[in-house]
Design a protein around this ligand. Sequence first.
Ligand SMILES: Nc1ncnc2c1ncn2[C@@H]1O[C@H](COP(=O)(O)OP(=O)(O)OP(=O)(O)O)[C@@H](O)[C@H]1O
Ligand SMILES: [Mg+2]
Length: 155
Amino acid sequence: MRIAFVGKGGSGKTTSAAVFSRYLAELGRPVLAIDADINQHLGQALGYDGPPPRALGSDLPWLKDHLRGTNPRIASAAAMIKTTPPGRGSLLLDLDPDGELLQRFSVQAGGVRHLVTGEFDEADIGVSCYHSRPARWSCTSTTSSTAPASTWSST
Ligand SMILES: Nc1ncnc2c1ncn2[C@@H]1O[C@H](COP(=O)(O)OP(=O)(O)OP(=O)(O)O)[C@@H](O)[C@H]1O
Ligand SMILES: [Mg+2]
């Protein structure tokens, strides 16, 4: 299940996402909390005070290459554009904490596995989430599943 916390500035998105994520984690559910907010404070709200996690947007070539997997329709990471859909052979972001993507980008924060998209720049402001730079691969703030290794598609 994917759950997004959206709303106007200062409406409580980050606080709600943090509290809800921690609640699910306390219930023993696998949770992946992704901060795609312009103000990247979810880690802090989760109680995390370690070094900042590596941002998904900081290494898009690696991320694209990983997600295209062995999909024969996508010749290279460079050929992958914002709207390229996944297909046979593509990898999707999953909740396996030992998976390559979570090992590379996530940290453990307040009992919750946590990812950040990274800061937005000028060109990202005012565009829809679907097309915005760091969030283009992951529009949700929080995703959780009752299944240990269920996957979800990034957009
Ligand atoms: N349910 C609540 N009751 C009272 N205050 C709240 C509640 N939820 C959040 N707040 C407070 O409102 C302020 C804004 O909350 P938060 O940072 O979660 O909003 P946001 O939508 O993520 O903001 P931004 O758009 O700046 O990212 C914070 O000071 C937070 O402590
Ligand atoms: Mg916020």
